[in-house]
Design a protein around this ligand. Structure first.
Ligand SMILES: C[S@@+](CC[C@H](N)C(=O)[O-])C[C@H]1O[C@@H](n2cnc3c(N)ncnc32)[C@H](O)[C@@H]1O
Length: 248
């Protein structure tokens, strides 16, 4: 089974029901407090603090094209595009994610944002088209990370930046992979409070399986599996925020 099919299978049901789960939203709100950007309906662990940092590091020119890869339902990319006055194109391998994204973007005040099915390794975009590339909590799912980063380097305009968040197990060196893809790494940091918050979300998910199953249907399984399997490896797998640029 290809990576694309895996993501499709794992996430399609979740995305179809995510907006209808007050329990899931409540879990994140309890754990993150005001740092949780509830109105953006993220699927992952992004915070308002992360989004401010990402927007500051990316700094695309006004009207420049910002590409959000693994955009999910698009909310976090919309917030960054709005903060910087950029044009937004969101790509995700799961059709059910991008189907809902345009509606959410319009509700958030960015009706011109565009969303398409597309993958990290095959964006379908021309060379040097992006003034900035963003990816939140998506690269960890991609099998061929060198190919994904080479694709990012190809679509970035010389001088333009990539900012991403992902998890870094000890056997993976994202900075090295970025360098090998021809990019220059500008910064690498752990995101604030990531571990205690992630663990608290997982504990609450496992305590609320009944309500979550009712609200999310079969889509709940993907978050139950993650909540069960991830805690033991989390200590060795920091959530990192990386910024890099294409030289030129
Ligand atoms: C944890 S979600 C994050 C979604 C969104 N960035 C957010 O923060 O709300 C990870 C997303 O990556 C997408 N994804 C997984 N593999 C991908 C690939 N090869 N190319 C593009 N998107 C991918 C999944 O479909 C999913 O929507």
């Amino acid at each position: 089974m290809s990576t694309t099919q895996t993501a499709e299978r794992r996430y399609a049901d979740f995305y179809r029901h995510q907006a209808k789960s007050p329990t899931l939203r409540g879990i994140y709100q309890d754990v993150y407090g005001d740092d949780y950007p509830a109105e953006l309906e993220p699927f992952g662990f992004v915070t308002r603090t992360d989004l401010d940092r990402i927007a500051g590091l990316l700094d695309p020119p006004r009207g420049g094209l910002l590409v959000d890869i693994g955009c999910g339902r698009g909310g976090p990319g919309v917030a960054v595009a709005q903060a910087r006055g950029a044009r937004l194109l969101g790509l995700d391998v799961v059709a059910a994610a991008v189907e809902g994204a345009a509606t959410l973007a319009t509700r958030l005040g960015l009706p011109d944002a565009e969303f398409r099915k597309g993958s990290f390794t095959e964006t379908g975009l021309p060379d040097s088209v992006a003034e900035a590339v963003l990816s939140i909590d998506a690269l960890w799912m991609v099998w061929n990370k060198p190919a994904a980063l080479a694709e990012v380097a190809r679509i970035l305009r010389p001088g333009a930046r990539l900012v991403l968040t992902t998890w870094e197990p000890a056997y993976l060196d994202h900075s090295r992979m970025l360098t090998r893809a021809g990019l220059v790494v500008d910064s690498r940091e752990e995101t604030p409070h990531w571990k205690e918050r992630q663990l608290a979300v997982y504990a609450a998910v496992l305590a609320e399986t009944e309500a979550l199953s009712r609200e999310l249907g079969p889509g709940a399984e993907v978050i139950f599996e993650e909540a069960r399997d991830t805690p033991p490896v989390l200590a060795e797998t920091p959530r990192i925020l990386l910024a890099a640029h294409r030289p030129g």
